[in-house]
Ligand binder design. Sequence first.
Ligand SMILES: [Zn+2]
Length: 173
Amino acid sequence: MTSCVLCGIVTDSSKAPVVYEDDRVMAILLEEGVVSGHIRVFPKKHSQFIDEISEDLAEHLFLVANVSSSVLFEALGLGGTNIIMSNLASDDNSHMFIDVIPRRQDDGLNLQWEPKKLPEQDMIEAQNRIKDAAFMISYVAPKTKVVNLDEKKLPVMKEDKDNYLFKQLKRLP
Ligand SMILES: [Zn+2]
């Protein structure tokens, strides 16, 4: 696919500042990133969605993104990173990628969204629908020991300042 920017970089690596490359994955520094040190990691094979690539490649891709994050901590003395996966479907040439974004205190980047409290009924309905569909995860990851959620007493999702799960959910960017 010649009109895909990322495939173009795979073909000719002089088109972008490459920071890492192996036989399956590339990592480049974005010249027009959101901040200095913004890395984009992507599979060399053109793929639009993460579920189009093999499990093994997906694992490798996330490993490279994770280590790239550690490299940024080390090289730039960061306060944190955001790792964002993009499965774009905006046009025929969208090539999936993972952005690793350096974060510093007071960097002015706004990747936060306003938390919205869902009505309890919507929450229960969403939980049930997602839980019913989530059985497929055990087919994709057969070695996983799945916990039966119906037997395990789930914490009731109520606004509880001491509820660990709630704290974690609110902390997510
Ligand atoms: Zn591509």
